[in-house]
Design a protein around this ligand. Sequence first.
Ligand code: B4P
Length: 190
Amino acid sequence: MLNLVLFGPPGAGKGTQSQNLIEKFGLIHLSTGDLLRNEIAQGTELGREAKKLMDEGVLVPDKVVIGMISNKLDANKDAKGFIFDGFPRTVAQAEALDELLASKGSEISGMIALEVNDAELEQRLLLRGKSSGRPDDANPEIIRKRIKEYNDKTAPVAGFYQAHNKYKSINGIGSIDEIFGSINSVIAAY
Ligand code: B4P
């Protein structure tokens, strides 16, 4: 199985590059952001709880997202592999993912991190906010809060994969095709 973690701060291009990877490798895309927005759209209790936190730019509890991922892995037993987009976002989530995959006789192939500076992230998210209708993209203060959450809680996840020799970082600034080319070079080495 090819199991990729696409990593990077909010707006780094994880969702964008996932679309290219799904087409090329036939992988199942698991975006915790999309799964949570789906719960919100359906008006579930989980969605109502998550919305408050997401609108403030803070992470939702580990237990919630780990449960969602576990359900999706169970529902896709015959998959060729998965792209984990926006997950794991804490070291506890990374440990839980390793356990979930190990229980299915599988593992993460590698993490690919997209490096983008804060000014570019803010610009991209504000631009998306004009059309996405996402409250967390509309306000520069919330965007900065999301970047701070990333630096405080998510950036340490890179060290987790580095310690397992599964980490590669690439430049996330440039055209979408150029960045996809860099991602493919990393995958070719797996
Ligand atoms: P996510 O939905 O994961 O959103 P994201 O980090 O904003 O986006 P991404 O990096 O995928 O950016 P994209 O490609 O779209 O998270 C939202 C919230 O959900 C979190 O704040 C948190 O509250 C919650 N959450 C999600 N997962 C969680 C977890 N595991 N644990 C706890 N909480 C969780 O790109 C952004 C923009 O840039 C787009 O407009 C795109 O067109 C543009 N772009 C992309 N590549 C570009 C390029 N090369 N050049 C120029 N623009 C580019």
